[in-house]
Design a protein around this ligand. Structure first.
Ligand SMILES: [Zn+2]
Length: 47
């Protein structure tokens, strides 16, 4: 399982709503909404 960086939910990569590669790491999202929030401001969620 991977952690959705936006909402903190545990996400199964095989059933994730989306994923993004950012700075060499792949992030998985529970929903398209979380993915959009991440895309809008990745630094906010990656520290
Ligand atoms: Zn989420």
């Amino acid at each position: 399982m991977e952690r959705d960086p936006v909402c903190g939910m545990q996400v199964d990569p095989k059933s994730a709503a989306g994923s993004i590669e950012h700075n060499g790491k792949t992030y998985y999202f529970c929903s398209a909404g979380c993915q959009r929030q991440f895309e809008a401001d990745p630094a906010k969620f990656t520290g």
